[in-house]
Design a protein around this ligand. Structure first.
Ligand code: NAP
Length: 540
């Protein structure tokens, strides 16, 4: 039974941790389709997940709005109106809030509630979840919908505590914003986030100093307001768009060109890249089918982008630092931008190569590198996340026989289908390590997970099954397959990527997301279910 405070009392069927895209959809699947008694626990004070926390300047989705949304309800698609080609963080929060109200979800969500532990009780076959405020919730099923990029990584740089100015991590941005007017700002990190933030910060800061460790590729996003004509066009084509997002490997609304970059003439190739550059966005990666598969094909795209960067950036010293790229295009998550390289042509933006002269420490007046001191009023850490495993491991999760998830994953995450961990019965992870997750448009992956988990629980209830648990050998085989799939791509060649956990000191280097593509993954999950949940132990 639900109360107005959003707290469900009485015996719970399921607890969902997180009220972002995945938690909200899982609630709809379990509560409205199966009729379960569900409680969602959310740290933030509102729905939004990733988009609740990431409010940094320039925050914007890198997937087109009409594809980065739920598709389960034609009525919702009709009622919601996107305003821009790519939604910004505020529009995504409005969208998720609209969804939460539209489907009456908030009555089962308790906000301002950080889950600190989740322990399985074998005798009772229940999960007990405890919160920071000391509350306790017990349910039969536990679904971790905690997101992949929700544990901020603030690097341990000596002296941070001595800094006299203010510092912020982009993933934990203050809700009332940060005023950069007249300030000397230092930004560390040039991944998707830093690349989005720099041009916006530069507009108001007196000076922006970008500290770059690894140079990055980026494609112009070419964001724009959606005309009325386009809004209608996308709504009318929604079923077709949905179908495409389910057929393409990464869940995008476009299909990769079936041609190899190496089978066309240099002139045709150049023309194709020019067209993709002018169109903007992630579709650049789909200009040819083998851009992220083969080194030689990849180099044609990489060389084209480097040439564009060199054309844009006027200062040869800055250009040389920006062009010192050490990985294949797309081997790390490829950013898209709104004026990133252009911002280095501003007089108030400088670039520091911290690969050549690393940061030594933060001092009260700013940042000291191996060869200079940079006086700063504000430091922005655009330094990414402890991705995928971080949000799960920061909770004390214990399965059968008190097995800690942190111990089970000491050598790296092992899951079956990214959905379950051996030794943790009735615990499901949404977009967990070993699932396509961050390599797929998130809402596409999330709808698949939500529906699969709900069907699984429905099957259990109808067949009097009390417990489902991944078999260790099925999980091991799946991890092998995840590695094989990654090895078929160039993704494994970027040795310092967060896909491998390489951005966090001491984190095991394991390629975490499933690179075999969403359709292959979906088929495998469906086959497993059709075979009576092959690879899982089901017990009464
Ligand atoms: P990221 O890709 O991990 O980039 C972090 C940046 O910080 C890198 O340049 C990294 O350098 C640097 N860095 C980390 N630790 C450092 C240290 N100790 N000293 C100096 N530099 C350090 O993180 P992100 O940019 O936040 O993006 C993470 C993911 O979030 C993206 O890949 C994407 O999936 C998602 N995202 C999406 C959007 C969107 O939809 N538009 C926007 C933002 C983020 P190294 O490369 O040398 O490690």
């Amino acid at each position: 039974m639900a109360t107005q405070s959003g707290k469900t009392t009485g015996t719970l069927d399921a607890i969902i941790i997180g009220a972002g895209f995945s938690g909200l959809y899982q609630l709809i699947c379990l509560r409205d389709r199966l009729g379960l008694n569900v409680q969602v626990l959310e740290t933030g004070s509102a729905v939004g997940g990733t988009w609740y926390w990431n409010r940094y300047p320039g925050a914007r989705c890198d997937v087109e709005s009409y594809a980065y949304c739920y598709t389960f309800s034609p009525e919702l698609t009709e009622e919601w109106e996107w305003s821009e080609r790519y939604p910004d963080d505020a529009e995504l929060r409005r969208y998720l809030d609209f969804v939460a109200d539209r489907f009456d979800l908030k009555r089962n969500i308790q906000f301002n509630t950080r889950v600190t532990s989740a322990w399985y009780d074998e005798a009772a076959n229940t999960w007990t979840v405890k919160t920071e405020a000391g509350e306790s919730f017990t349910a039969k099923y536990l679904i971790a919908a905690v997101g992949c990029l929700s544990t901020a990584n603030v690097p341990r740089i000596a002296g941070l505590e001595s800094f006299a100015g203010h510092w912020y991590h982009t993933g934990e941005w203050p809700h009332d914003g940060v005023d950069f007017t007249g300030k000397r700002v230092g930004m560390i990190g040039t991944g998707s986030t830093g690349i989005q933030a720099a041009p916006v910060i530069a507009e108001t800061a007196s000076h922006l100093t970008v500290f770059q460790r690894t140079a990055n590729y980026s494609i112009p996003a070419r964001n724009a307001a959606l005309s009325e004509e386009y809004k209608r066009f996308y709504k009318e084509r929604a079923p077709e768009i949905r179908k495409t997002t389910r057929e393409t490997p990464n869940g995008y609304p476009f299909k990769p060109n079936p041609k190899s970059a190496l089978e066309v003439t240099p002139e045709e190739r150049e023309a194709a890249y020019e067209e993709a550059w002018a169109r903007g966005g992630m579709q650049f990666r789909a200009t040819f089918r083998d851009i992220v598969l083969h080194k030689e094909a990849n180099e044609t795209a990489a060389a084209f982008i480097r040439h564009k960067i060199a054309q844009v950036v006027k200062d040869p010293k800055k250009a040389a630092i920006l062009l010192d790229i050490d990985h294949a295009y797309g081997a790390k998550r490829p950013p898209i931008d709104n004026g990133y390289f252009e911002c280095f042509n501003r007089d108030n933006v400088s670039l520091v190569d911290i690969k050549a002269a690393p940061i030594e420490r933060i001092i009260s007046s700013g940042i000291r590198t191996a060869d200079a001191e940079y006086p700063l009023d504000i430091i922005v850490f655009a330094t990414g996340f402890d991705a995928m495993t971080g949000p799960l491991l920061r909770m004390d999760i214990r399965g059968r026989d008190g097995l800690r998830l942190a111990d089970a994953w000491e050598a790296g995450p092992t899951t079956y289908l990214g959905l379950q961990v051996a030794g943790f019965p009735n615990l499901f992870t949404m977009t967990g390590p070993g699932s396509p997750s961050v390599l797929c448009v998130m809402p596409v992956a999330i709808e698949q997970h939500g529906e699969w988990i709900a069907s699984c629980i429905d099957y259990m209830r109808k067949n009097d099954i009390a417990r489902i648990e991944a078999k260790p050998e099925a999980a091991e085989k799946w991890v092998e397959h995840v590695n094989e799939a990654a090895n078929e791509t160039l993704l494994v060649t970027a040795k310092h990527s967060w896909y491998l956990g390489a951005n966090i000191p001491g984190k095991p280097r394991v390629f975490m997301p499933y690179a075999g593509g969403m359709p292959r993954y979906r088929q495998k999950c469906d086959e497993v279910a059709a075979a009576g949940y092959e690879g899982f132990v089901l017990s009464r």
